[in-house]
Design a binder for this molecule. Structure first.
Ligand SMILES: Cc1cc2nc3c(=O)[nH]c(=O)nc-3n(C[C@H](O)[C@H](O)[C@H](O)COP(=O)(O)OP(=O)(O)OC[C@H]3O[C@@H](n4cnc5c(N)ncnc54)[C@H](O)[C@@H]3O)c2cc1C
Length: 399
């Protein structure tokens, strides 16, 4: 596998692995127990020059692209899924600025994010707008040189830790998705309140908050791209680029769980021998390892396509997300099974992997929505192909 990675990929992986093994793994259980934001890890990520890897070099970032982002997220998640997403969500929040911001806006926000001086989050979901993101209600009305923002955002990952927020809102309710815009809100703006922190099942060290906007006046210069109506397109493009990152989080979790399960299976004895010697468990371990490798290859392939500037990437990004995250759920559950009763309590770190894995099937579009994206693209592609059943005049008889 290493032979297929470039020197740059290996360098990013080496640095991320060092942060993960030296600093993340020793405190992963404590971060989870205390639901405490991993600020000390953010400092290490800055020290190892990993923050802002995905931001173009001209704005102070690493210019490393999506594959390197995936490699870093995978390594961090192998030690702690919460730290993996605390890092990755900065990419999710800043992609709309990278894709849709004016030059002035990029200069204004990206260098700080690249240095890790300020964290960023992505505010699309609302209490009543989840899978149906286009039904969002947060309203931005023009008033002189300002937009007045009113509404509530839900599930804002990094909500408490971030200082910059990419907020999707309706600027023209008559125009459907073309009436949605993206506006950058900054912590401390009057009328912008960080609300309740969620008490999560997994990824407990990231702060996920509600956000509230009440007559919050945001300068017109914060409207991304300087034009109304571009927000939904930027949100969808962002999700295409970010989904391999969630998939990489899942690969890291699955890999981490597999390694722990292998170590445990070699050490635990029943019937006078290591449980790893039982064929029933060997087949499980073989399937787990095969699934992790298949998921990794799909994630890296989708990331390489994005980095190569491929068009129509929604389908492959959704495939990577759905396959890797379903794999993570299966592999982490099997890993708990291999630990037996000890897997079901907090004496060992394995149950945390299973809890952390579950969210990857839900956020950035549930896996039902990913399948919908894949199926829609398949049907569209099929409709544009040369018919191969032309000679068949009538449906085949069913006997
Ligand atoms: C911990 C966490 C962090 C998050 N972070 C962020 C964030 O940073 N920014 C952000 O904007 N959002 C974030 N989200 C929101 C997340 O993206 C949504 O939870 C997700 O998109 C699902 O929306 P929902 O929870 O409203 O579920 P719903 O949309 O209500 O779905 C409920 C169920 O119905 C299914 N369903 C819905 N529509 C269909 C359909 N057409 N066909 C088949 N099944 C369907 C879903 O798959 C799901 O199983 C986060 C969520 C969580 C839990």
């Amino acid at each position: 596998m290493d032979e297929l990675l470039t020197k740059e990929n290996l360098d990013y992986r080496g640095r991320a692995r060092e942060v993960a093994e030296k600093y993340v793994r020793p405190i992963a259980a404590e971060l989870d127990r205390e639901a405490r934001y991993p600020w000390e890890i953010v400092e290490r990520l800055k020290e190892y020059q990993l923050m802002g890897e995905w931001i173009p070099k001209e704005y102070g970032g690493g210019g490393g692209g999506v594959l390197n982002l995936c490699i870093i997220v995978e390594e961090l998640s192998r030690a702690c899924g919460g730290v993996g997403v605390a890092y990755a969500v900065n990419a999710l929040g800043s992609f709309p600025i990278i894709f849709g911001g004016t030059e002035d806006q990029k200069q204004r926000w990206l260098p700080d994010i690249a240095k890790g001086q300020r964290l960023i989050s992505f505010g699309l979901s609302e209490p009543t707008a989840g899978s149906d993101a286009a039904s969002l209600k947060t309203r931005a009305e023009r008033n002189g040189a300002f937009y007045v923002l009113n509404g509530d955002k839900k599930w804002n990952t990094n909500g408490g830790a971030a200082e910059i927020y990419t907020i999707f809102c309706v600027t023209n309710p008559e125009r459907g998705t073309r009436g949605i815009s993206a506006i950058v809100a900054e912590k401390g703006m009057p009328g912008f309140e960080i609300g309740r922190k969620e008490d999560l099942m997994g990824i407990r060290c990231v702060s996920v908050h509600n956000l509230h906007f009440r007559n919050c006046r945001i300068p017109e210069g914060n409207l991304l791209g300087g034009k109304e109506g571009l927000g939904f397109a930027h949100a969808m493009q962002t999700l295409d680029f970010a989904r391999p990152g969630v998939a990489a989080q899942a690969v890291g979790l699955a890999q981490g769980a597999l390694e722990l399960a292998l170590e445990y299976a070699r050490g635990r004895e029943q019937f006078g021998q290591a449980i790893a010697s039982f064929q029933g468990l060997q087949w499980m371990l073989a399937d787990m390892a095969t699934q992790v490798e298949a998921a990794r290859q799909l994630v890296y392939y989708s990331a390489r396509l994005l980095d190569a500037g491929a068009k129509n990437v929604s389908k492959i990004a959704a495939m990577a997300k759905v396959f890797a995250t379903d794999t993570a759920m299966k592999v982490t559950t099997d890993a708990v099974q291999i630990f037996g009763g000890y897997g079901y309590c907090k004496d060992y770190p394995i149950e945390k992997y299973m809890r952390d894995a579950k969210i990857t099937q839900i956020y950035e579009g549930t896996n039902q929505i990913q399948r919908l994206v894949i199926a829609r693209n398949l049907i569209k592609e099929s409709a544009s192909m040369e018919p191969k059943l032309a000679e068949m005049k009538e449906p085949a008889a069913v006997s």
